[in-house]
Design a binder for this molecule. Structure first.
Ligand SMILES: [Zn+2]
Ligand SMILES: [Zn+2]
Length: 342
């Protein structure tokens, strides 16, 4: 099969084409696995983290890509969930042990043996991919292949963040940062919690205007106090200042959820300004979000179909993966980037 492979980590500024076209042997589905003929694969910021070594693959060469859509080509011994021709999606969670206490509780995202698609196992920048049948999802009919791909990452993680806030209808929700994931969260929150008011903190006026357009009752700068106290806040920024600032706005017993894989070091001194009585006293909580569990992916796909969420996508050919990544790195993010295969 044809694939775009990564052979080593490198700095994107020096190496503009980190992925190479390669001809790899077709994967054979093992026990309980399915073989998927890929039609679309989303391009995510995490691929840049893998290429540049912030979350490096443990072995090379590796096929990146964790927002995979395709059709079941064949099934391995003992696989019974799908039939050939079924349209399925594969997300960031490739596998987990299935027996530890986290797996048994449905929190397999926390499993010590968590393996990621396109980092710990070959992913979707290819024509074919094999995966355990329990880690694939039926794609709702309302989406085209290219539309479904980007929903498998940012949407699922946003869905998990919203779930972890424990928000109840009518309670106030705050969002710090307003990128792709946050605006999906805003749409989801309005749908699921129609009685809740949403307050958005964002650095630039364009983002704030967009937030109001999507139904935020208020949008202000990161350091502005919100006009009402907030029961839950989701932080999607890479920095610390917004976290410290946001804590002032939390209600007693409120929770702030950090949805970020890594935080930057640049403004870490903001933590020195943490004032216990103002920011944490009165049982305020801080919680992070790690990876996704399968129920987040399936729950979000169902919700996205119900809400008719239609992501705007920009398509590239598989061989153009380097170009897609270059545009993503440069911040030219008009719509989600999706590789079309073949
Ligand atoms: Zn991703
Ligand atoms: Zn486990």
């Amino acid at each position: 099969m044809k694939a775009m492979v990564l052979k080593k980590t490198s700095d994107f500024r020096d190496e503009k084409s980190p992925l190479e076209v390669a001809e790899l042997p077709n994967p054979t589905p093992k026990e309980k696995e399915i073989l998927v003929r890929i039609s679309a694969c989303g391009v995510c910021h995490t691929e840049l983290d893998e290429i540049e070594g912030r979350t490096p693959p443990p072995r090379f060469p590796i096929v990146l890509g964790h927002q995979v859509v395709g059709r079941v080509e064949s099934v391995g011994p003992g696989a019974t969930r799908f039939r050939s021709g079924d349209r399925v999606g594969i997300a960031w969670i490739f596998s987990a042990c299935g027996t530890c206490k986290f797996c048994r509780a449905g929190e397999e995202n926390l499993c010590p043996d968590f393996r990621a698609t396109g980092r710990d196992a070959n992913g979707g920048y290819a024509e074919l991919m094999a995966v355990h049948e329990d880690f694939a999802y039926i794609i709702p009919k309302v989406f085209s292949d290219a539309e479904a791909a980007p929903l498998l990452c940012a949407g699922a993680i946003g869905y998990r963040s919203l779930r972890l806030t424990g928000l109840k209808d009518g309670a106030n929700l705050g969002l710090t940062g307003f990128g792709a994931s946050a605006h999906l969260v805003l749409k989801m929150a309005r749908h699921r919690f129609p009685g809740s008011k949403i307050f958005v903190f964002a650095r630039n006026e364009q983002e704030r205007a967009f937030a109001r357009e999507l139904g935020a009752v208020w949008a202000g700068e990161t350091s502005e106090p919100s006009p009402e106290k907030l029961d839950s806040i989701i932080d999607t920024t890479p920095a610390w200042t917004p976290v410290v600032e946001a804590l002032k706005n939390l209600e007693p017993g409120g929770r702030l959820v950090i949805n970020a894989i890594r935080k930057e070091e640049v403004d870490k001194d903001a933590l020195q300004r943490l004032d216990y009585p103002a920011h944490l006293w009165m049982e305020k909580e801080i919680k992070s979000v790690a990876n996704v569990a399968r129920r987040d992916v399936s729950g979000f796909l169902q919700l996205a179909a119900e809400m008719r969420i239609r992501p705007e996508v920009q398509e590239f050919k598989l061989e153009e993966a380097n170009e897609a990544l270059t545009e993503l790195k440069a911040g030219r993010v008009r719509g989600a980037k999706v590789l079309r295969v073949p």
